[in-house]
Ligand binder design. Structure first.
Ligand code: GRF
Length: 209
């Protein structure tokens, strides 16, 4: 079993990041968070990291001429901390193919729907739940998947569903799905820590312990 050296990329409140920290503290995840990086100065995730004594840096995309140079800066900061696994915990930028190649099959994303449904560019946050409610789906859920060069496209590691009720507002569904996210993201990471994930093409297999 290897202790994962995690680099977290986050753009928002950071509740998924908090779920990772809880799992580590409670002995459910063999990992340490080496650094948290956000593209948004006001991301709540930065405050959570700082309060936990974890290096937390805001890197503004505006000071870089393009996304290739931006991602190079992020990879540089991750390498400084000897990060060997990257988590997109609510990160709203598409990674460049150079970044994905650098950490091939070592980047996880959490998406608040059952991919491939309700995924892809523009499908993030409340937009997802609005689309699910509007479509009249009877179930939704969350997906943890490896990241490749396309939005929400890499091999799926874990999915878990929740019911959608007729009277649900998108916010009701978002809260129900978020609870699932906080369960399956640390669970998926632990499979990698225990080297239990095999990937073949677009499919993953969780090997016995
Ligand atoms: C979550 O809903 C996640 O599915 C999506 O972005 C949101 C992040 O929430 N990728 P938080 O910042 O982890 O609270």
């Amino acid at each position: 079993m290897a202790t994962l050296k995690l680099g977290i990329l986050a753009s928002g409140k950071g509740s998924n990041f908090s779920a990772i920290l809880s799992a580590i503290r409670e002995g459910r995840l063999d990992a340490e968070v080496k650094i948290l990086i956000s593209n948004r100065r006001r991301a709540g995730a930065l405050g959570i990291a700082s309060e936990s004594g974890i290096p937390a840096i805001h890197i503004s995309p505006r000071i870089f001429p393009d996304s290739v140079r931006y991602d190079q800066k992020i990879v540089e900061e991750l390498e400084k901390q000897a990060v060997d696994f990257v988590v997109l915990a609510g990160y709203l930028k598409l990674l460049t193919s150079a970044f994905v190649r650098h950490y091939r099959n070592r980047i996880l994303n959490i998406h608040p729907a059952l991919l491939p449904a309700f995924g892809g560019q523009g499908m993030y946050g409340i937009n997802v739940h609005q689309a699910v409610v509007k479509r009249g789906c009877k179930i939704s859920g969350a997906t943890v998947h490896l990241v490749d060069e396309l939005y929400d496209h890499g091999p799926i590691i874990i999915q878990k569903s929740v019911p959608v009720y007729y009277e649900d507002a998108p916010e009701d569904l978002a809260a129900r799905v978020l609870e699932i996210e906080h369960q399956i993201l640390p669970e998926a990471l632990q499979y990698f820590a225990r080297n239990r994930v095999s990937v073949s093409g677009s499919r993953s297999n969780i090997l016995p312990d």
